[in-house]
Design a protein around this ligand. Structure first.
Ligand code: SF4
Length: 410
């Protein structure tokens, strides 16, 4: 690379790429591909367009969606866009116009519905390009100093194929994986609503993140590098998918991995989490131990307390034994179940929850009891997993299109 070219590249990085990454925070500049745009291949940057007719279930990343694209790919796009057109002083507006001209679509998924709870929690439904709805939740918490921590609880799939018995999203079926930009824009939508930056992100919305790991990792990169949310402020939650923890560990993220156990033994876990049949508890615990060895980040465990099912002191003792068998210093988040319509499960009373927590703590397991947030927001359209539960939501156009093609929101 000669000196002149290197200078131009660095100018592009500064003048074009950095503003582009920042600009994508703003609602008007999130770019996604037009399904109707004809295929274009730019040999020098390997940009290709996938067919709009490809299966909606495929976890593909549309390569013409800018949001979430790596810095390298953005640079390449800028180089192609500007050097080929011999523009000397690219400015973001010109770049933007060029992109529109080249068939890129600019804009984000619209907010279809919002529900605000008395405690300030806001639940949003975003309407995706294919008319499916996804749910995201903004949870504001004010600290002692008066500054606000704003957590975005994001979905990674439309619906979920794992069908955990207490989860309304699981009962509602599965449509498809989300693309990276569809994950990122949930966070940006929360920022728009609250007019405040999101400080924490939890992948605890609709779907199992480990079944859509590529998009989750791409979104994680963008949220960390471009939206500038610290890795330690991001939590990825999983109910357990074989052979994925090792893959995640290889990225050595500083984020928290939260594993949803919900039971202290395999038999009960299979009843609560049917997918546990293909991923025995011992195998999960071994993978958690290996994850710590690889990343130096201890996994935390989620445990939804279901009255009369998994909430006895004996079961707390069994859970403590299980955790001690596989390591030290584990932390358990207890989530008293929020009843959902039609569910056979009930919420345990406070005394039972305290007794369960006490039994863990007396065995040197640190415990948090999740505060229930946004109950009235949840009641309107389902509840989010862990803090909330989920319920299906079908929009009219989907109903007209196909009875079997159901949109789901948690
Ligand atoms: S709890 Fe999570 S993994 Fe289980 S069905 Fe619901 S969304 Fe899927």
């Amino acid at each position: 690379m000669n000196a002149m070219f290197a200078t131009k590249i660095s100018m592009l990085q500064h003048v074009c790429v950095v503003p582009l990454a920042r600009a994508t925070r703003h609602r008007s500049f999130i770019v996604s591909a037009s399904a109707s745009t004809s295929t274009t291949v730019t040999p020098s940057c390997n940009l290709t367009v996938s067919s709009p007719t490809s299966s909606s279930r495929a976890p593909h990343v549309d390569p013409r969606v800018l949001l979430g694209m790596s810095e390298h790919d953005l640079q390449q796009l800028a180089v192609d866009s500007f050097f080929k057109k011999k523009k000397k002083k690219p400015v973001p507006q010109a770049f933007r116009n060029d992109l529109i001209e080249a068939g890129w679509k600019i804009g984000r998924s619209p907010i279809y519905h919002t529900v605000t709870a008395a405690d300030g929690t806001v639940k949003l439904l975003l309407k995706l390009e294919d008319n499916r709805l996804i749910e995201t939740v903004g949870i504001p918490v004010e600290d002692e100093k008066g500054s606000m921590r704003l957590t975005a609880c994001v979905s990674s799939q439309v619906g979920c194929p794992l069908r955990c018995s207490f989860c309304a999203t699981g009962k509602g079926g599965y449509s498809r994986n989300l693309q990276r930009h569809e994950i990122i824009e949930q966070v940006l939508a929360i920022e728009d609503i609250f007019k405040h930056r999101v400080t924490n992100v939890v992948f605890m919305g609709m779907g199992e993140p480990m079944l859509n790991l590529k998009s989750v990792l791409d979104a994680h990169r963008c949220l960390n590098k471009d939206v500038q949310i610290g890795q330690r402020m991001i939590t990825i939650s999983t109910v357990g998918v074989p052979n994925t923890m090792k893959k995640l560990a290889s990225h050595k993220l500083q984020s928290t991995l939260a594993v949803s156990l919900h039971a202290p033994n395999q038999k009960l876990r299979e009843m609560i989490v049917p997918s546990a049949k293909s991923y025995p508890l011992d195998a999960i615990m071994k993978d958690c131990r290996d994850y710590f060895a690889e990343t130096s980040r201890r996994v935390s465990f989620e445990y939804a307390l279901l009255a009369g099912v998994n909430d006895s002191v004996e079961q707390a003792r069994e859970l403590a034994e299980l955790l001690h068998e596989w390591g030290r210093g584990y932390h358990v988040n207890l989530i008293p179940f929020n009843p959902i319509e039609g569910s056979e499960y009930r919420r345990p009373n406070k005394k039972i929850v305290s007794a369960f927590a006490g039994a863990l703590e007396s065995r040197k397991i640190t415990v948090s009891i999740r505060q229930t947030r946004g109950l009235d927001a949840s009641a309107a359209c389902g509840q989010l997993r862990n803090n909330f539960q989920k319920s299906p939501l079908v929009i009219e156009s989907d109903r007209e299109e196909s009875q079997s093609d159901v949109a789901v929101a948690c």
